[in-house]
Design a binder for this molecule. Sequence first.
Ligand code: HSE
Length: 305
Amino acid sequence: MKIKIRVPSTTANLGPGFDVFGTALSLYNEFETEYVPDSGETSFILEGEGKDSLPKGEKNLVWQSMQETFKFLGENKYNLRNLNIKINAGVPLSRGLGSSASAIVGGIALANALCEDKLDKSQIADLGVKIEGHPDNIVPAVFGGLCICSKDETGDRNAIVHLPIPKLKAVLCVPAFELKTERARRILPESLDLKDVVFNISRVAMLTAAFCSGDYLLLKQGMQDKIHQPYREKMIPAMNEVFEAAISAGAYGAFLSGSGPTLAAFCAEKVAIDVQKAMVERWEKENISAKAHILDFDTKGIFKI
Ligand code: HSE
């Protein structure tokens, strides 16, 4: 039996909603597995993004997440000698588009499918968050759509609110350079100024109101942030200038995608090409080459194909 699963890319934070807001996007990774009990020969094939750099076998995050799932489910018949695994990655690595979350969710979903789908989506999300550490990419990768994610005090369970899917396009401007989330988190301060916290609370309230009411004019302010973007800006040349270029070209709001370095803007379909061009051209002025994607909001999350 061959199992093939598609998992979306994601963008997290959406400006002020650090570790809380995330949405699934229409750029995908595909994961495939087949149980081959008697073949003696198995394969681990990587295609697409990271095909030459990602580890094959035990060190691969998809495989590690499959193993965590087998352990969680008390299943011990599967190993790297009786499973074929193939990963076809469309999501660029270390760019703030949830490629690790997608790999974790893909691994859990493959293992779960081999084990008669014992876990439902909430359990997949909880296990994924345990492996990844933060919920804002994992949760939308599992469920699709635009999500508010909140870990409980133990960190074991996640409360999730699904917001209406915005009638917008997401422009993701992906630079050629990588930035690892670990490094982008290390740069953050251990404590924050109360006035910056209040600033962010007000912006998160506006962000939520914008999506619930469909009044996207609130996004310009609602996507402002003072608790992570100002610190990460040092690693992302002309970040604010690219945001301004997107807004001048008609975007409702712009933000650092997850921990970066991709920059994102939400806009109406009719201005999406202008926003895309403005962002790429502004970065070109800094000698940064970037590829910008105009994406839709994925509404399915994990999807068997
Ligand atoms: N919210 C995380 C961060 C990235 O900004 O570091 C996605 O989990």
